[in-house]
Write a protein that binds this ligand. Structure first.
Ligand code: HEM
Length: 157
């Protein structure tokens, strides 16, 4: 069962790095930029810093996905997706798909510079909407972590 333990450790570490970063961006970086920078510069300052985190996040998301699928394979847990008591498995998959789509498809192909298209088409330069979207994603991530730890350690839903 060492394989399962190693996969679980890799999975947990990737989630810590990835969602920890999302938490920092959401609760620290965006509010500070909004408070200290002129509105017109906020988006470009944010992009410069966030682009660097996107690299780390891509790596962590890939590791979380591989280790997660590997655990399903070892536990032979595919049929959990047919059982609503395992809703936390659906939540993990859904959250992963959202991030993977954002980081591997939308950012590199549509927003070479995160948000450039939105900014150019709609004249958005401040971070008001970015902050709201990040809070929603961060809270969804925390809920997923909470319910997954409970579920993985025997909590009976
Ligand atoms: C492709 C995506 C993912 C797959 C296939 C996946 C799969 C799994 C599996 C099979 C387990 C072990 C369950 C068990 O021991 O019964 C697990 C545990 C866990 N996953 Fe995921 N997961 C994915 C994404 C995520 C995401 C996005 C998060 C949170 C943001 C997450 C957080 C967790 C947590 C906190 C645990 C519990 C670890 C522990 O305490 O043992 N996973 N995941």
């Amino acid at each position: 069962m060492n394989d399962l333990s190693i996969a679980r450790a890799v999975h947990t570490l990737s989630i810590v790095v990835w969602i920890g970063g999302v938490g920092f961006v959401t609760a620290v970086l965006i509010p500070i930029i909004r408070r200290t920078s002129p509105e017109k510069e906020q988006l470009s300052i944010f992009n410069t810093i966030e682009n660097r985190f996107a690299l780390i996040a891509r790596f962590a998301v890939a590791l979380a996905g591989v280790s997660g699928v590997y655990m399903i394979y070892i536990l032979n847990a595919w049929d959990r997706f047919n059982d609503i008591r395992y809703f936390w498995m659906h939540a993990m998959l859904l959250l992963w798909l959202m991030f993977a789509f954002a980081l591997f498809v939308i950012e590199p192909f549509f927003f070479k510079n995160h948000g450039r298209i939105i900014k150019e088409r709609h004249g958005i330069t401040n971070l008001r909407k970015t902050e709201i979207v990040h809070w929603i994603i961060f809270i969804m991530s925390l809920a997923t972590i909470l319910f997954s730890v409970l579920g993985a350690h025997g909590f009976n839903y």
